[in-house]
Structures are given as structure tokens and as C-alpha cells.
Design a protein around this ligand. Sequence first.
Ligand code: TRP
Ligand code: ZN
Length: 523
Amino acid sequence: MKKQALLAKIHRSLITSHRLLVTGYWLLVTGSLVGCSGTATVFPTPIAVAELPTTAVSAINTPTLAANVPVLPTATLSPVATVATVGETAVFTNRSIGDPYTPELGNLGYDVQAYTIALTLDPADPRVQQAATTLDLVITDPTLTELSLDFVGFTDVAVSSGATPLSFRREDDKLLVELPQPLAAGTPFGLTVRYGGEPTRRQSPYVGFVESLGLTFANGMVYALAEPDGARFWFPANDHPRDKAFYRFELTVPEGLTAVANGTLRETKPTTLPNGRSATTFTWQHDYPMASYLAVIAVGEFERIEATSPQGVPLRHYVAAPVREDFRRVEAVTGEALDWLSGLLGPYPFETFGFVTVDAPQVALETQTLSIVSFESVGARTAVHELVHMWFGDDVSLHSWQEMWRNEGFATYFELLWQMRGESAEALDARIAEMAGAVAQNGAGYPLGNPPPAQLFGFNTYFEGATAVHALRRQLGDEAFFAGLRLYFERYGGGTASDADFQAVMEEVSGQLLDPFFAEWLQ
Ligand code: TRP
Ligand code: ZN
């Protein structure tokens, strides 16, 4: 459907649009009022962080990953330096991955294959007791003299490669590590960053509804939230979806608590903390390419709930006691929705799926294989929304953060399709017209393809995004639309795709030229 035709329907649907706001899941999903009026942003009450002295991080033994870790494709990471200007002089830098929307994020000259993140955490003490993140990477730029990593905060930082200490400095939210000598393209290189202390808490310019990204210690729990620029607040990373990698987590927590992360639990081992306290190390591993913002950990008291989807995909949830009853609604829907989505989009892309519930202000995030959801956001609609993100965002990640409509628009759209399955095409059209009405009334009116940073997760991104998806479907017809989506996941699964890549796939399956469509909706 053309945008004009859709807008014409708005007049008819304005009168019912308030129903969308009342019943819409949007508040549940983002946990905020961002975008409802275009300006009102509600910040959760700041969490008190005790002022505690930091102690030196004792050496912890973090084995590097086995040498047989498969090498990820490096195609998206060319060693092309980005250009910054200082005065009149152009300065070539590899301290950006080249996403013009977030030039501060990511780095070039290397490609991370795997992260091993070892953390010792106690929810009662809001510091990282000790941490060691090991990056197994491959050099892509043979002229590189230093490695640039995204890393913010912490104390007692030390960097080494094997037994060799490496010199480093900290500048502009980067950890700059001197290479002993330039290395040929393709050379594997491993380095370990040790650190500890209280995480830096700073609000992301892209996320108005969460006080800070990175690790939060609250109410007997620790958890990580990172979309889009928060991974660097808890581990050193090439912090951009263009450099996906495998992840291993070794989480040591006081005895009696459970620590969870992406992927599958590989080992649970009793250990002793430096202060003599009994503890447990939980080792988790996820051997599928994953963007840094999708890495998650949570520490708390959880019940593990296991199931399989009707078609056999393993499910495991970690649920805290206060929401155990509410969570039954999520259990009731997850397996069935997962199989339904697999039928529409292609096979579920990972080894397992589930949710972890945390005592946080109202949020939910599509952390890969283990979506994090706050107590208040436990519910079927949010669950389906995050599940859709396993395809849109996780399996195929954005090439630029500017393209957020493709994550949130599709998640919103398929969540709506799930709700309305069994209803007529006319009912869906009417619902989308309602949504368009709400956008006209409450949206901030920014171009969908280039949101202002503070509106990256604004009302338009979700709801105008979903109306754009529906308009594309109506223009292409169901056959081409769904075949196009399946081809998109086949082609780009495990990596990233740009709006242009998406457009090209949809043109390929439909035989239509879609320049006018995307110009109309995105610019
Ligand atoms: N992607 C989330 C969603 O499913 C919203 C979100 C973006 C978020 N950044 C976040 C949630 C940071 C929690 C923290 O809509
Ligand atoms: Zn979403």
C-alpha cells in the first residue's frame, strides 16, 4: 500500500487510535513513555550504588579458547580506515568500524572470532570483583600498530597476550593496545584484559528509558543491558554488530545464586572466592555469531524451566520466584510462537531459546537465545516480540544502527500478526491504519531511515516501522513478501544486512523496483 493511501485511512482511524495506546504492547516492551508525545521520557528511579573502595584485581586464570574455534567470515570487515578531520588535516583512524550513525563505536584492522568473559560478581557488592575478557581475533590490517577496543571505566586494568604483558592507554572510551609488531593479515592474535571495580554509569545518548547500560546491581541481582552501545561498559569489545563473534562466559557467584548467559550451560563447578567464601562457577557458551549488544548475563535466584517447542526446539527459562505465576503465560505461548515464526521466516536460527526474568524497571531486550525481561514486562506479547527479534536483529543484524526500523518494525509487525492470526486481511489492514493514526498523532515525525539519536527507539521506529512493513507486504503480495524474508535469512543469517541488501532481496523475489517505495517510507 502506498503511504498516501495509508495516510488517508488515518482520518477514519484517529477516533479509535487511543485504543492502540491503551492496549498496545509498546509501553510493555520499551518500558517507557518515550515517543508517546514525542518528548515525555520517564526515567526509572536511580539505583543507589554504594561507595566502596576498589581493590586490586588478583590474577585470574582464564584459559584462551581452544585453537579449533571455527573462523568467522571476515567479509564485512575490510581494513579500510575511516577519516576524521582535526583542523585542516585528515586523520586516518581505525577507531571506528565506519557506521556513520555511530562513528564512536567499533574498530577496524582486526576481526574478533571469540570472546571469553570471566567475571566474579556478588549482587550484594556493586563492583566487578574480578574480570578477565579474552579476545581471540584475526588481524585484517597488516599495517596496524595498535589494537583499538571499545571499553569504558573500571580500574586495575592490565592487558596481556599469553604470558606477555602489553602496553596500553585509554583514550575517548577506547582501550588502545600496542601490538608487539605489525602482523600479517590473517594472523590470529589473542589478548586478555583484566579489570575490576565499579562499572561506569552513564546514560546512552540512544536510550532515554534506561538510566545506564552495562551492568546493573539491584535488588539482589546483577544483569546486563547493552543495546546499542552498552557492551563496552562491561567488557572490552569491538562494539558494533558488524563484528559478530562466538561467546563463552565463566561466571563466578556466591554459592546459592545462579548465573546465566547466552547459549547453553556447559559446566557448574564449586569454587572458593579470595575471601574464603564458597562460590559456584557457571560456564556458558554460544557458538553462533552474535553481536556484542546481544551478550547478556544475569545473576540471581532462578528456577530453571525446561521445555521443547512442539517441533522440538529446546527451550529453557530462568524465572525468579516473584513472577513464577505470571510467567506461565509466557510458557504457554513461547514454543507455539517459535514454531509459527519458523514456518513464516525459516528455521529458528539458534540452538535454544528462553527468557530470564530480572527485577529491573520495565524493560525487555532480545538478548540472543536468552532474552532478558523485567518482572513488570513478563507477558505473552512482549515474549513474542522478543522472540521475533531472534530473526530480525539477532540472526540478521543491522549494518548500521540507523536502520533500526528493520529491527523494531518487524518485531512489532510479527507480534501483531501473532495476535491477529486467524483474523481477516481486512481486520489487519484496519489495525495497521489505527497504528498509522497513532503515529500521526503521537509520533515525533522523524525520517524512519534516519532517526535522531534520542529517538532511535522512539514511537515511529516501532509503529511507523510496522506500518512500513505492512505496506511492503501489500505492495509485493504475500507470496513474494514471505519468500523474500526467507531468502533474506538464508542469505544474511549469522551476519549483518543493510537496508540496501534488504531492498535488493525483495526486488529479486518480486521483480519490482523498490526505490520509490523505500524513498517514500524511509527518507
Ligand atoms: N530492543 C528492545 C525491544 O525489544 C528495546 C531496547 C533498546 C532496550 N535498547 C534497550 C531495552 C536497552 C532495554 C535496554 O524493543
Ligand atoms: Zn523490539
